[in-house]
Write a protein that binds this ligand. Structure first.
Ligand code: ZN
Length: 422
């Protein structure tokens, strides 16, 4: 009889302690647990792998989208939206039928076979092909928040981290071969800004090359891999090489974020593709008046919005930065005698766009503070007799504690100084 035994060994007592500490820390930060406690999302048997977002989760999701949209408009992207269900022939033409069918869902419309999109590219290509393009329009950067479905085994599903339907913050860039390198560099700069400056993650980059089941001309693959490598080297970006790990249509650069307890998560990707433009006979009119083939870049920054939110929940342990917090300020009213003052204050803060909740329950102040702390609300305002009389607020910070008394105006100014990339 054979019994398989797994073990983990450590070089020193210290390393073991550090490992156990991280395991504890990861458990306390589990996004499924926090998602429930903070009322952000839920999972149901009726939709395995299809998360349900609650009002507070949607505040975070919508703030991420608002930020995403603003950055893309600033960087010369346009936005499109393509259908979720498309004719099966399209997926045969794109190569998904041959290379990706196991992960796709299929359906029928009027007795004809259709597929639910696992990727946004073929739909995006139809938008490109709807017009004749000139070299003057290139690079054309088309972004899409595409809701895609990909089959995962039920055993592999995990909260928001591994799901069967998610929103990709996708974009396809159509350009000339000469423009490839600058476009890749611009995407790398966008990634750096988002990961490092906005969310404070450390990250590293990996380059994946031609897999065994690759599609298309090996010479184009070599060229694509060369361009990616040049962009990495010219920007002085250190990278790890993953031979044979590219997508079936092109090589890629992946971005791996490191969270505050040292785990890494693959998020953004840049894929260079000479194949789809061939398959779909895409063209632009060059300065010579002739038709040329554009190059296509596929890229995401956050990857999946759902998964990125899961990573953020764990990274911040639910204590979202002020700009993302579902509730930014909670008013804790000591007694109902101050109802009028509380209502006026609430209105004033709401008028300047602050997300407010009020705790009007007939409970002890200590309990109200504890509950707001558990909800990880960035600021609490205690309203009692003195505040109502003087027209002030008594401010508590979720991590620093009591900040003392302020006038309503100075509290609003104080909030304006909070980090906010929107
Ligand atoms: Zn794509």
């Amino acid at each position: 009889m054979l019994t398989r035994i797994y073990g983990t060994a450590f070089g020193s007592e210290e390393e073991l302690k550090e490992y156990l500490r991280r395991m504890e820390e990861a458990k306390a930060r589990d996004h499924r647990k926090l998602g429930k406690e903070l009322d952000l999302f839920s999972l149901h048997q009726e939709g395995p792998g299809f998360p349900f977002f609650h009002p507070k989760g949607m505040v975070i999701m919508n703030k991420l989208i608002e930020f995403w949209r603003k950055e893309h408009i600033k960087r010369g992207y346009v936005e499109i939206k393509t259908p979720m269900i498309l004719d099966r022939d399209l997926w045969m033409r794109s190569g998904h039928w041959d290379h990706y069918k196991e992960n796709m869902y299929f359906t029928e419309i009027d007795d004809a076979p259709f597929a639910v999109k696992p990727m946004n590219c073929p739909g995006g290509i139809l938008v490109y092909k709807n017009d004749i393009h000139s070299y003057r329009e290139l690079p054309l950067r088309m972004a899409e928040l595409g809701f895609v479905h990909r089959h995962e085994r039920s055993g592999a599903l995990h909260g928001l981290m591994r799901v069967r339907a998610f929103t990709q913050d996708d974009a396809h860039i159509y350009c000339t071969p000469e423009q490839i390198k600058e476009e890749i560099k611009a995407i790398m700069e966008l990634d750096r800004y988002v990961y490092q400056d906005v969310f404070g993650f450390k990250y590293h980059v990996e380059l994946s090359t031609r897999p065994e089941d690759s599609m298309g001309d090996p010479e184009l693959w070599d060229l694509a891999e060369l361009r990616l490598r040049e962009a990495l080297e010219e920007t002085g970006t250190a990278y790890k090489l993953n031979p044979g790990d590219g997508a079936f249509y092109g090589p890629k650069i992946d971005f791996h974020l490191e969270d505050c307890i040292g785990r890494t998560w693959q998020c953004g990707t840049i894929q260079l593709d000479f194949q789809m433009p061939e398959k779909f006979d895409m063209a632009y009119i060059g300065s010579d008046g002739l038709e040329h083939r554009p190059v296509m870049l596929h890229r995401t920054v956050l990857g999946s919005l759902e998964r990125f939110m899961g990573i953020l929940i764990e990274n911040y342990a639910g204590a979202f930065p002020y700009w993302l917090a579902p509730v930014q300020v909670k008013i804790l009213q000591v007694s109902s005698e101050f109802a009028e003052y509380t209502a006026g204050l609430k209105k004033k803060l709401e008028d300047v766009g602050i997300r407010i909740e009020t705790d009007l329950r007939d409970e002890k102040l200590g309990k109200k503070i504890r509950d707001a702390q558990l909800q990880k609300v960035p600021y609490m305002l205690v309203i009692g007799a003195r505040e109502a009389e003087e027209g002030t607020v008594s401010v508590r910070d979720r991590s620093k504690g009591d900040l003392g008394s302020m006038s309503q105006e100075s509290f609003i100014d104080f909030l304006k100084a909070e980090f906010n990339p929107l």
